[in-house]
Design a binder for this molecule. Structure first.
Ligand code: GAL
Length: 435
């Protein structure tokens, strides 16, 4: 340590003794409580998401806890509702006003769109050090990169094409859990005659389209789904298979209830949990709701692939896009967030609550339930047989302008008593031209 020329000799000695003492004290503190010294570099970490339902909020808590354990202060930026539609609107206004959060729940092709605007930052430093390329399925790592740089970190894999069943309601009414659409309508009729709401539905446009994509893969198969929704070929969007899909879709409506319009998805799940409705067709974020309510798989609820979709897998990969930040401590916290999200501990804790499966390859599934184990097996099998498909309704398959236009067209068809399937197909083709 250099002597301080501004001090006299004795004060200088006292000063260097004091420094030695302070250094020793700091060393002791750091040995006893490693977290304390790191606080010096602690940053604020603000994360925008829409995980506000019971199961989602439990999962989001796992993220908060892991950041707090690293000494950072967590600023929750949750915007409820509508499969994230409201959250993205709020995010846009924050980014436009130069006040972006550290990270935001953005997924699929939207990641590229945000990156093109120049507002995202590279997290290659973390990704390279931790060898993410080897830890992620390539279909996922490709989507997390912009021009070769990681700009986002993936959290999970959700499967969309699930049917959630209340077995007590089925037992009471004598209905049989369906595997095909014919069986679905037979069960729905039995349930309806017994005075039960067969299908809990939330009439919001993203849920209307989630239901349609599930029917599409069940009726038309994986190849049809890919041509219609991923490649968006006009001939498939307006061909005979789509017509069959749309008429099957519309046949479901009489088995939903009058109060469906506007209902949130988790309230629809609550109807199945309480036995007010027998089934829900929804992604496995619904499982998070059953679990949060204390309902157990195989007992309180049953998960089974949506009719006709046992071999297919419509996926949603939730991810956090990383925004450019000005404060270096916050950037360091952001890198810690990226690293924490990919850690085996977080992947397990988060996904146990969320209803999804870890996106990181090779993790043990011991602590997961049978629905998650089946999902993991089906994910791998579908990846090998080209039946792994991105969800069009949940931000994975199309630029957001097209997705929104498709949601509108499909909701109009669902809600109208007069619109023909032919008219709906015309509107869907038009929607794919949205900019
Ligand atoms: C999806 C999201 C899921 C789930 C769902 C309902 O868009 O990918 O993680 O949160 O919305 O909120």
């Amino acid at each position: 340590m250099k002597p301080n020329p501004a001090l006299g000799p004795s004060r200088r000695r006292r000063s260097s003794n004091t420094s030695r003492l302070t250094a020793a004290a700091l060393l002791l503190i750091s040995l006893l409580q490693p977290g304390l010294l790191r606080q010096a570099q602690a940053g604020d970490i603000e994360v925008l998401h829409w995980w506000t339902s019971g199961g989602e909020a439990r999962a989001a808590l796992a993220l908060k806890a892991s950041m707090q354990a690293k000494g950072h202060s967590w600023k929750d930026f949750a915007v409820a509702g509508s499969g994230g539609d409201s959250a993205i609107t709020v995010l846009r206004s924050r980014v436009v006003s130069g006040n972006a959060p550290a990270a935001a729940q953005i997924k699929g092709p939207s990641l590229q769109a945000w990156a093109r605007e120049g507002v995202l930052t590279s997290i290659n430093e973390v990704a390279r050090a931790e060898r993410w390329d080897e830890l992620l399925p390539q279909v996922v790592s490709d989507q997390m990169k912009y021009r070769g740089d990681y700009i986002a970190v993936p959290v999970n894999v959700h499967r969309v094409n699930w049917l959630w069943v209340n077995p007590a309601v089925f037992a009471r009414t004598g209905a049989k859990v369906p595997n095909s659409w014919d069986e679905f309508f037979a069960a729905a009729e039995t349930l309806k005659k017994a005075g039960v709401i067969a299908l809990a539905h939330g009439g919001q446009s993203w849920q209307d389209l989630t239901l349609l994509e599930t029917v599409a893969i069940g009726v038309g198969g994986a190849d049809f789904y890919r041509k219609a929704f991923v490649l968006r070929e006009a001939a498939e969007l307006s061909g005979p298979t789509m017509e069959k899909v749309l008429t099957t879709y519309k046949r479901i409506k009489p088995y939903t209830d009058r109060n469906a319009p506007g209902r949130d998805w988790n309230l629809a799940t609550a109807m199945v949990i309480k036995g007010e409705a027998a089934m829900q067709l929804m992604g496995d974020w619904a499982k998070g709701e059953f679990l949060a309510a204390g309902s157990l798989p195989g007992k309180g609820f049953i998960c089974t692939p949506a009719p006709g979709t046992a071999k297919s897998f419509i996926y949603v990969v939730d991810s956090f896009a990383m925004f450019k930040l000005k404060n270096p401590a916050n950037s360091a916290a952001q890198r810690d967030l990226a690293s924490a999200v990919m850690s085996p501990e977080f992947q397990e804790a988060f996904n146990l609550s969320k209803g999804s499966i870890p996106v990181r390859l090779g993790l043990k599934m011991d602590r997961f339930d049978d629905c998650a184990k089946a999902s993991a097996l089906d994910f791998n099998a579908a990846a090998k047989s080209a039946s792994l498909l991105p969800s069009i309704a949940n931000g994975m398959a199309a630029p957001s302008a097209i997705e929104w236009a498709l949601k509108d067209a499909v909701s109009q068809y669902w809600n109208s008593d007069k619109m023909s399937a032919a008219e709906a197909m015309k509107r869907m083709v038009e929607a794919t031209r949205a900019k």
